[in-house]
Design a protein around this ligand. Structure first.
Ligand SMILES: [Zn+2]
Ligand SMILES: [Zn+2]
Length: 393
C-alpha cells in the first residue's frame, strides 16, 4: 500500500496540520482547515502526482547541493575556471559558495513573502496560497508547481545563472578591453545606474516579450500562457529555453554598457517580485498604478483568452506599451485564461510536455526544409485571427 494512502498516516498528518493551524486566528484558521480537509485524503491518481512532486523537490534540492559542491571542487582544482562560473572558494566573488547555498532559500523566502502579501490583499479564500493548498484539485496549479520546482532546483536556475551571468560578465570584460563602450562605469551613483538599468531592461523586456508572441517563439511561450488560473507561482511557469533568453536579455546589454553586476542582480530580484505579484488576483483602486505599471489586472488581460485581449500589455512599465500601441486598460470584467490548444497542456505528463514543446517549437524548421508550403503564419496566430473574425461576425 502507498504510504500516503495509509489511514493512520493521513490521520497523523491531519492532526499535526490541525494542531499547527489551530494556533492561527480567525478565518485563516477555518479556511485553511477546510483546505487541508479537502487535500487529505486524496484520490490515488492525485496521491501519485503529489508524491511525484515531493520526490522531485527533494531530489532537485539534493541535485542542487551536489551541483554546487561539484563546482567548488572544480574551482579548487582548476582556479582558472573561477571567472566563468563567477565563483571562488574564498567567498570573494559575487556568486560565492555561501551565495549559492542561500539562493534557494532566498527564492523560497521571496515567494513566501509574495504569497503572504497576496493573501493579505485578497483574503485567504481567494488567495494563491489557498489554490496551492488545493493544488491536487487543479491541473493548472500542479503544472505551475512543477515549473516552480524546476526553477528552485538550480538544475535550470543555477545553470542559467552561471552560464548566462558568470560567463557573461567574463565575456563582457573581454569586450571592454577592446571596445570602450562601458559608459555606465563612469556613473558612480547606484541610484542613477539602477534607474538607467530599469529603463533599458524594461524596454528590452517589452520587445523580448513581443518576440515570444511571434511564430518564432510562441510554441515555447505557450507554456506560460497555458495557465488556466492566475497564481503567484505562475510567474515561474516558463520553458527553460525562454528563461535563458530572458535572463540573457536582462543581463547582457546593460552589462555591456558597464552596469555594476550587483545593480543587475538587484534589478533581477525586484523583477522577480514584480512578476510574482503580476500573476496574482490582486485588484487595485487607484488609476495611478495603471499610469506607471502593467498592474496585476493589466497582466491578467495579457493572459485572457479573448481575441480583443491578445498581444496586449507586454511590459512592466505602462510607458512602453502605451508608446508602441499595445496598451489595454484593465477593468473588473470576468476573464478566462489559457490557450486555444489547451487540451495538450495541464496534463500530468510534465517532463514529456517539457520536451514536446521543444519538438513543436522546432518542427516548422524541419517542415520548411521538406516542403515549400511552409505556412507564413503560426498556427496560433491563424487560429486567433479565425476566432476574432467569428466573434466580429
Ligand atoms: Zn506573453
Ligand atoms: Zn504572465
Amino acid at each position: 500500500m502507498h504510504l500516503l494512502q495509509c489511514k493512520a498516516v493521513q490521520q497523523a498528518v491531519r492532526g499535526l496540520c490541525g494542531r499547527f493551524y489551530g494556533t492561527l486566528p480567525g478565518t485563516f484558521c477555518s479556511d485553511t482547515k477546510q483546505s487541508i480537509d479537502k487535500l487529505i485524503p486524496l484520490r490515488p491518481s492525485q496521491m501519485k502526482q503529489l508524491a511525484f512532486l515531493i520526490a522531485l523537490s527533494v531530489l532537485s534540492l539534493l541535485g542542487y547541493v551536489a551541483g554546487v559542491y561539484l563546482l567548488v571542487v572544480i574551482v579548487k582544482h582548476y582556479p582558472w575556471v573561477s571567472p566563468f562560473v563567477f565563483m571562488d572558494t574564498h567567498g570573494g566573488a559575487l556568486f560565492s559558495l555561501r551565495g549559492a547555498a542561500l539562493q534557494p532559500a532566498a527564492f523560497m523566502g521571496v515567494t513566501a513573502a509574495c504569497l503572504a502579501f497576496d493573501a493579505a490583499c485578497v483574503g485567504l479564500s481567494q488567495s494563491s496560497l489557498k489554490r496551492l493548498l488545493e493544488a491536487t484539485t487543479s491541473a493548472s496549479t500542479r503544472v505551475d508547481l512543477f515549473y516552480t520546482v524546476l526553477r528552485l532546483i538550480g538544475g535550470f536556475n543555477v545553470l542559467v545563472f552561471i552560464f548566462s551571468f558568470g560567463t557573461l560578465i567574463w565575456l563582457v570584460n573581454q569586450i571592454h578591453r577592446v571596445l570602450h563602450i562601458g559608459i555606465l562605469h563612469h556613473v558612480h551613483s547606484y541610484t542613477i545606474q539602477f534607474a538607467v538599468v530599469c529603463l533599458i531592461n524594461t524596454f528590452i523586456g517589452y520587445w523580448t516579450h513581443r518576440l515570444m508572441h511571434t511564430r518564432w517563439m510562441w510554441e515555447l511561450h505557450k507554456v506560460h500562457h497555458s495557465a488556466e488560473e492566475m497564481n503567484i507561482i505562475t510567474n515561474f511557469r516558463s520553458h527553460p529555453i525562454e528563461q535563458l533568453t530572458v535572463t540573457l536579455s536582462n543581463a547582457f546589454p546593460v552589462a555591456l554598457l558597464g552596469a555594476s553586476p550587483s545593480v543587475i542582480l538587484v534589478y533581477g530580484a525586484l523583477n522577480m517580485i514584480y512578476g510574482s505579484l503580476a500573476h496574482s488576483e490582486i485588484r487595485h483602486k487607484s488609476r495611478i498604478w495603471d499610469i506607471l505599471f502593467i498592474t496585476p489586472a493589466a497582466h491578467r488581460i495579457h493572459h485572457s483568452d479573448r481575441p480583443e485581449h491578445f498581444d496586449t500589455n507586454y511590459g512592466v512599465l505602462t510607458l512602453w506599451d502605451y508608446l508602441f500601441g499595445t496598451y489595454y486598460l484593465p477593468s473588473n470584467e470576468k476573464l478566462h485564461y489559457g490557450v486555444q490548444d489547451g487540451e495538450t497542456f495541464n496534463r500530468s505528463r510534465y517532463l514529456f510536455e517539457l520536451f514536446d514543446n521543444v519538438r513543436r517549437w522546432l518542427s516548422p524548421i524541419w517542415t520548411h526544409r521538406r516542403s515549400p508550403d511552409f505556412p507564413q503564419e503560426s498556427t496560433i496566430h491563424a487560429a486567433r485571427d479565425t476566432q476574432a473574425t467569428t466573434i466580429q461576425e
